[in-house]
Design a protein around this ligand. Structure first.
Ligand code: B12
Ligand code: SF4
Length: 455
């Protein structure tokens, strides 16, 4: 085999249960390579297990192994990379963790678990790696820095469906499973990036009424915006419906804007009138004018990061919305019979037991609105991920204590950073209070996990 692209299964058990959601980045890369005459396959450890991946590497000896790494899958990626190198493959890392920690990864793993690291969009850099050429965002130690390339070449996603079929065959899936609650969804990420990162000149940028600019402090997705052409998006959905019998779309884009949603709706082919959607929205974009658009698009569920029930915490997080905005968005969606998944980020700098209590009360107020629980309500402790504004602050503190920034190549250090963070930024609270708030918030969920059994 020429190129094997791998999404490792994360180690540990802290990951939320979700229906199989194909690793879109890798499938796009495989699709791009195939359209350019190369042979490529994708294996997903979340479906087949990492040990199976190791067996496939042993039996097929791919010339190139590409490993996608986020903060939670990187350690397992290193384990797979080491084995692949031992078997004689050339190994390249990419993905969100690799993008942020490329130099540290290379310094520690070159020759052991990898040969190069790609930052940002992978298509052209991966192709360069395969043919032994250089690319600005392909780091192999020969230059001091690597750029964070943001080029996502235009290519037809219809052809891109090919590795999807192969992907499902490789994992012995003939149809996408239907979760016990909801529809049989197709996963898309139509709008990559966020206007809050992109800056004032971007057409979707919305000023912060509080006067501050920049992204939410915990957000690491970066600013480059890449928006799928809406008619290509519908083409992809139609192919997925015909070949995999999907009846809905989950779009994971963090910031689908009203402008882009309007474009999606106005490009909808007649034959897709019955497709339902589950999307992420910022509470601030949910207005009375948006509701008819959401209904026409048949949006059945909205994931909304309300983040906190305390205005002070929302300001610290640099959210555009205050508690009243969140409440207004919630009522508009609920009155329109759209289900809501409410998420809260706990432990922002300055969080105390009192602000956590405000959040728990706010969630109860939402759940009590129509006398029903929320379809999903959860809180997660703020995690300082590389690339997020809060990360630099935590690293400064960590550097002053035990870790140097340059050492930080191992996501195993994240719990340590959390501890540093809580001690310095949240002296008024601690892990016990956070656990208490998480348990209280979950009580307002209908489901025990997002697509799992009702409680
Ligand atoms: C969709 C999504 C999910 C989905 C589907 C994941 C999947 N199977 O792909 C679900 C809900 C399952 C999910 C789960 C989780 N996710 Co998630 N997810 C996303 C999201 C919104 C979009 C990812 C995506 O598909 N992008 C579109 C594709 C085209 O881009 P891409 O994947 O980045 O790939 C491109 C490049 O990165 C690069 N590339 C990627 N891999 C490789 C490999 C090689 C070899 C090369 C050369 C290049 C390369 O090239 C690709 C094409 O340009 C991102 C946020 C974002 N906007 O990126 C978070 C994000 C990736 N998730 C994140 C996290 C933390 C998680 C969870 C741990 C959450 C949790 N606590 O449960 C789990 C982990 C699950 C797992 N098994 O790994 C973080 C990772 C942070 C970090 N620094 O590592 C992100 C960045 C969001 C954030 N900032 O918090 N996630
Ligand atoms: S968390 Fe969402 S709204 Fe905030 S900066 Fe990130 S993508 Fe944008």
């Amino acid at each position: 085999m020429e190129v094997l692209l791998i999404a490792p299964e994360p180690g540990g058990t802290s990951i939320q249960a979700r229906p199989p959601s194909p690793p879109r980045g890798l499938l796009e890369l495989a699709s791009w390579l195939i359209q350019n005459g190369q042979e490529a396959a994708v294996l997903d450890g979340n479906l087949c297990g990492n040990d199976h991946i190791l067996k496939v590497i042993q039996s097929t000896s791919p010339r190139i192994v590409g490993i996608s790494a986020n903060a939670f899958t990187y350690p397992e990626g290193v384990r797979i990379g080491k084995e692949a190198k031992r078997m004689g493959s050339r190994v390249v890392f990419g993905g969100p963790w690799a993008t942020c920690r490329y130099r540290e990864i290379y310094t520690r793993q070159a020759g052991v678990a990898c040969d190069a690291v790609v930052r940002g969009t992978g298509h052209l850099a991966l192709q360069s790696f395969i043919i032994g050429k250089k690319a600005p965002n392909l780091y192999d130690g020969s230059s001091k820095r690597s750029s964070r390339e943001s080029l996502r070449p235009e290519f037809s996603i219809i052809f891109g469906i090919l590795p999807w079929e192969e992907y499902f065959k490789a994992h012995q899936i003939s149809k996408l499973p239907r979760p016990p609650y909801g529809h049989r969804p197709w996963s898309t990420v139509a709008y990559i990036g966020c206007p809050w990162w992109a800056g004032r000149k971007h057409p979707d940028y919305k000023p912060n009424p509080g006067g501050r600019h920049g992204p939410c402090v915990f957000c690491s997705i970066g600013g480059t915006i890449s928006q799928t052409n809406p008619s290509d998006l519908w083409d992809e959905i139609m192919v997925a419906r015909d070949s995999l019998d999907i009846d809905s779309v989950i779009d994971w884009s963090d910031s689908l804007t009203p402008r882009y949603l309007t474009e999606i709706l106005s490009n909808r082919p007649k034959s897709c009138d019955d497709i339902t959607w589950q999307i992420y929205l910022n509470a601030g974009t949910v207005t009375e004018e948006l509701i008819p658009l959401l209904r026409s698009l048949r949006v059945t569920r909205v994931f909304c990061g309300f983040e906190s029930g305390s205005d002070a915490m929302l300001r610290t997080l640099n959210k555009r919305e205050n508690v009243a905005d969140n409440w207004r968005a919630f009522k508009l969606l609920t009155d329109a019979h759209i289900e809501i998944e409410a998420n809260f980020v706990l432990g922002a700098p300055g969080e105390t037991r009192t602000t956590l209590e405000e959040t728990v009360r706010a969630a109860k107020q939402l759940a009590d609105y129509k006398g029903e629980r929320l379809v999903w309500c959860s809180g997660s402790p703020l995690q300082a991920l590389p690339g997020a504004p809060i990360f630099a602050k935590v690293m400064r503190l960590a550097g002053a204590t035990r870790l140097r920034q340059s050492d930080f190549a191992n996501p195993g250090d994240l719990p340590y950073l959390r501890e540093v963070y809580l001690r310095h930024f949240c002296p008024g609270t601690g892990p016990d209070d956070l656990r208490w708030a998480m348990t209280e918030l979950e009580k307002h969920s209908v489901l025990s996990n997002v697509f799992g059994k009702p409680l």
